[in-house]
Design a protein around this ligand. Structure first.
Ligand code: MG
Length: 329
């Protein structure tokens, strides 16, 4: 249970008093830096920075580097003046390719309470549902799977997220049950730090028809690159806020024609806006995004758009980092 979401909002201002915003939203339990480490690095940077100093922020502070990259994106770069014409054309082309909206996966509560939520969520238009497993008693959960599948509207799909809770035998039992059921994928059946996790995950992926998704296994840019290099056949659940260099990682994933599910890191609207823009700009096949998280904060001004089975491009454009910054007081 998270009662507080600790992170940093970053504001970069140039000499022309234009401001860019970014959010450092680490999840240390996943293996990112801590907020304290990121904050210490910011204090070390001081009040005046240039490109060289920002580039020198250590690679292991991936979430902070992500925040810096997003804040800089809103500011004109020194090199832009030279390459102005070509650069100006790139965003126009990209935004023209943006879809009008992206489908959102509905987040179901763990255990039996999930069952009562399917019908009302289906009623308002959700067609992809995500259920956390490996939380309650395993036999109860397995028995519930059929009830949940039966409750799904026609054509709908269920994602299961084990958050690394299973061992190989339990994962196999579940995957056997998932075959021939409308399960889109099983997320992180084996913990990222489980002994021999790579072999186990590949073994499960090869032995079962239901795709497997990696989430906790993909904390840093290098890990995405590693699994791509290994030829991972399943889904990549990508939390853009944890990725230091999203343009490069996106390019690598797109080149490999990877199946990517963009997902929230429980950040405020500042980081979420950048993450959602990455999702809208993704050139590959689209899968419902894992942003069914709002309302999340006690102060709604930190939230993104919530409750609907889709997020529209204008919902994203309406997310205003400056307002979130001001809401901090
Ligand atoms: Mg997950």
């Amino acid at each position: 249970m998270w009662t507080e979401r600790e992170g940093l909002l970053l504001r970069l201002e140039d000499e022309g008093a234009r401001a860019g915003y970014g959010e450092c939203a680490p999840i240390p339990a996943f293996g990112t830096e801590t907020v304290d480490e990121a904050e210490a690095a910011c204090r070390e940077l001081g009040d005046d920075v240039d490109d060289e100093r920002l580039n020198a922020v250590p690679r292991n502070l991936g979430c902070l580097r992500n925040a810096i990259a997003n804040a800089r994106m809103a500011l004109p770069h020194e090199s832009d003046e030279v390459a102005d014409q070509t650069k100006a054309k790139v965003p126009a082309v990209e935004s023209a390719k943006r879809p009008a909206y992206l489908a959102v996966a509905a987040l179901l509560p763990a255990g039996r309470p999930a069952l009562a939520q399917v019908a009302p969520k289906a009623e308002i238009g959700f067609r992809v549902f995500k259920w956390k497993v490996g939380v309650a008693d395993a036999a109860d959960e397995l028995a519930l799977l059929d009830d949940l599948c039966a409750a799904l509207p026609g054509g709908a799909k269920l994602r299961l997220d084990a958050n690394g809770a299973w061992d190989r035998r339990r994962a196999e039992r579940w995957l056997e049950r998932c075959a021939e059921r409308p399960i889109e994928f099983v997320e992180q059946p084996i913990a990222a730090d489980h002994r021999g996790a790579e072999d186990l995950l590949f073994g499960l992926a090869n032995d079962h028809p239901t795709p497997i998704a990696l989430d906790e296994s993909l904390v840093r840019d290098a890990e995405v690159e590693k699994w791509l290099g290994l030829g991972w056949p399943g889904f990549f659940v990508l939390k853009p806020s944890l990725i230091a260099d999203m343009p490069t990682v996106t390019q690598q994933l797109a080149k490999a024609k990877a199946r990517v599910v963009f997902s929230s890191a429980l950040e405020t609207a500042v980081g979420a806006r950048a993450a959602l823009e990455a999702a809208f700009d993704w050139p590959g096949d689209r899968h419902a995004i894992g942003f069914g998280v709002w309302p999340l904060f006690a102060d709604r001004r930190f939230d993104g758009p919530g409750g609907a089975p889709m997020i529209r491009v204008e919902d994203v454009e309406r997310m205003n980092p400056e307002e979130v910054w001001k809401a901090l007081g």
